[in-house]
Design a protein around this ligand. Structure first.
Ligand SMILES: C[S@@+](CC[C@H](N)C(=O)[O-])C[C@H]1O[C@@H](n2cnc3c(N)ncnc32)[C@H](O)[C@@H]1O
Length: 305
């Protein structure tokens, strides 16, 4: 049975973005709407909640939420960078824009979608099942150098070269069709001592992360979305992003630091870009996925001149 996605850092997100009655909020990564539901309660019947997600499964959760909340709601099933672009063209002004990056528990638990190294399933990993590129194509058509680079860059995997070599060796005999075959190739690439060093963890974790990020162009979307999200915010608008690995967090951090550089507020003014918030120990215990969550938020004090 699929778990319902437990929203990560939800209390902190609400506290830092402080959604108020009548405000307009954009949730760029709706998922199962855990964060959105809390926001909807805050903005009330005079508020507007725009939700974006490229996964059709998220749209089903949205329809349920839209029936139950009092605020005006709208769903855009598309990449959030495209969604934000569309909202900018419509001249929407938002009080809050936030992203909760990565994948949801429902996506991981839907075995047939191939996101998880724990279940054997077709190699897929597409958040938007309508897109063409999937994990099978990457694993079977990228050359050894491209694969090694991918595992190094997006998985930060120290065994990238060995794993790429083994994948190419195996697929030369027969295409790698399933997550199980990919896990076997990864494990087969590593000497026993290296395999043992993972203890209870899986040596496939980093490679799966890298392939998923590439299939869904996750970093490109984030790079395109950050300036658009900022542009949508009206004066005093709040931005927040929850990320789950350093590649995302670094981008958000750099983006906010650049916004802060232009800041001309007096030194005793309340901070315009706040630091990092990490999950509380209780939350990590309740929700293992929360462990790597990092929340960064910022307030837009004024439009750039
Ligand atoms: C971590 S989940 C969000 C969970 C949500 N905050 C909740 O409380 O249920 C991330 C969601 O963002 C979506 N997503 C990730 N990247 C996206 C992108 N570039 N464009 C649109 N949706 C995206 C995924 O499909 C997934 O449903």
């Amino acid at each position: 049975m699929n778990r319902v996605h437990v929203p990560v850092l939800a209390g902190e997100l609400i506290e830092l973005t402080a959604p108020a009655a009548g405000e307009t909020v954009v949730d760029c990564t709706f998922g199962a709407g855990g964060h959105a539901r809390l926001i909807a309660d805050r903005i009330g019947s005079s508020g507007t909640l725009v939700c974006i997600d490229r996964d059709p499964a998220a749209e089903e959760h949205f329809e349920e939420l839209a029936r139950e909340v009092a605020c005006e709601t709208r769903f855009l099933r598309m990449d959030y960078a495209e969604g934000l672009d569309l909202l900018r063209d419509e001249r929407l002004s938002a009080d809050v824009v936030y992203l909760d990056l990565g994948i949801s528990s429902m996506q991981v638990d839907a075995r047939e979608r191939g996101f998880s190294y724990s279940y054997d399933a077709p190699l897929d990993m597409r958040m938007d099942p309508g897109q063409q590129l999937d994990a099978r194509e990457i694993v079977n058509t990228w050359d050894e150098r491209q694969l090694a680079q991918l595992f190094r860059r997006l998985g930060e995997d120290p065994n990238a070269n060995r794993i790429a070599r083994e994948i190419v060796r195996r697929r030369d005999r027969a295409p790698i069709q399933t997550t199980g075959e990919l896990v076997a190739a990864i494990e087969g690439a590593l000497p026993a001592a290296v395999r043992r060093s993972f203890g209870g963890g899986s040596p496939a974790k980093r490679v799966f992360q890298a392939i998923r990020i590439a299939v869904n162009s996750e970093l490109d979307s984030l790079d395109r979305a950050l300036p658009l999200a900022w542009e949508l915010l009206r004066e005093n608008g709040r931005f927040a992003a929850i990320s789950f690995h350093s590649l995302e967090d670094r981008r958000v951090k750099r983006f906010l630091a650049e916004r802060a550089r232009g800041c001309i507020c007096p030194p005793d003014f309340p901070v315009c870009v706040c630091g990092r918030v990490v999950p509380t120990a209780g939350e990590i215990a309740d929700n293992p996925r929360a462990k790597s969550g990092r929340l960064r938020s910022a307030r837009k004090l004024r439009e750039a001149a």
